[in-house]
Design a protein around this ligand. Sequence first.
Ligand code: HEC
Length: 524
Amino acid sequence: MNRIPCRALAATTTALGLFVLPAAGLALNLDQPTFVDDIAPILHENCASCHRPDELAPMALRTYREVRPWARSIARAVENRDMPPWDADPGYGPWKNDISLSDDEIAAITRWVSTGAPRGDGDEPVYEHPPEQGEWQFGEPDWVHEFDPFEVAADGPDLFAKIPIAPGFDEDRWIRAVEVQPGDREVLHHFILWRASEASTEVQDAWIDAWAAGVGATELPAGTARFLPKGRGLIGDFHYHPNGNASTDKTRVAVWFAEPEEVEKELINLWVMNAQFKIPAGDPNYEARASHVFSQDVVVRSLAPHMHYRGKDMKYIAYLPDGAERELLSVSRYDFNWQTFYEFEEPVELPAGTRIEVTAHWDNSADNPHNPDPTIDVTWGNESTDEMLIGFVDYVAAEGLSPQPAGAVISKLAELAQTHPGQAWRFDIQREPGKGPEPTAMLLPRDGVPGGWYVQFGTLALPAPIVDIVWDGNNVTATAQTPGNTMELKGSVQEDGTLRMNMGPGELVGTPAENETPSTLPTG
Ligand code: HEC
């Protein structure tokens, strides 16, 4: 029987974009695997995109000559699932962009190494180099930006740069594809293209695309696009890793637009985030959570956990309004070096009222080899030595082009997060039997001024005044004047920034308003 060359199969499956090649299709010889028949196809398919000259990985892994000296460390790296870098735990997804090895592939590699790493007979399969730099993958781009040269010294700590771009489009644009061409792949570790917020050209509000070693150009699923309102800025976010040779990086980014009539769904980049945590110095397993409630039916396409050097693990759970729980993703060995978007092969439909919760842990102890400083308490911040807790969620509205306006209360929360940081919380409250919980916004200032409890009325978020706020450390007592009622509220701010509060029907947990960023709001 003829064996279909692995590359041809792989090309077909990528072109169809539909299914992952089952391990059995490779017909691996697990008794006596050889480089020519079994191992080379695995390495070409899963490793060589990074392990080739001029890429970030330290050695090329294409030919028998290149691979043989590394056989033992390859076996170790794949057995530990350190390589290829893929941090999602098994059992989730399946993921469209999964580069992890199957159990059979790992078994073939370890068996091959333990039997002396034989070459086998015949010609070696030849690794096909992807198109050279300088060509663009999807033809002539609609817009190209070349960043100013960036000097990276030979040695020293990692460098980070956030560079605003003013593309100056005088019409709304729909982005359907992006290609990043790093100037120097040996020092550029990763790059994120952000959309700038309406308020500031230096503050991002949505993720557009990311590049890291081994990642090609991005084309969004047919019919979907990201929205860039006219006049809006972009931000290039660089992470450089000095590699021993001084270098000048000149990165270029190209964008392809969709015609508005081609766009069926706006791809929304939601930040399920919490900016209220404080990770104690030395704590090996500090936990914080963030959540977001969808106000309409949505279809989730991909997820990307984001923390910095102390990030340890993150889990996404969807709590459906009917009480069902669905674990969407668990990354139990989070690695800041790999900013991966996990793309569902089958997008996940979630009904209105679903709450997505992300739970994160950090290791701020000296045992974490990546920890820049285990002796300090760490809070939210932009520097990579600060921390973040964002569970990115890319989703589209189930009905219509863009999500409905997220609602006045959510807008209010986003506003309060900016105007009263750390003093406003979201409480989801059952206002009518038979309906799901609805968001309300609770503002409890610490400086003696009155607060408010914002509830949705029609299209407006109207406040019930809150008076007599007394703070005692993290404990608060306040009085709310709801229509026709005076209500005593008692609660306390928890370590994770949530507010536990007795609100009549019982104790409820409020999440910080900071979880509701403007990026969760409609952009159109
Ligand atoms: C996305 C890029 C990427 C892919 C894909 C990748 N590697 Fe790596 N690999 C790296 C980088 C970068 C390093 C060096 C830094 C590090 O160890 O994280 C590395 C290091 C290694 C090392 C040295 C580890 C050590 O012991 O120090 C081995 C062995 C290795 N890779 C094997 C593989 C194999 C085998 C595959 C495929 C099954 C693979 N890699 C896929 C990027 C990649």
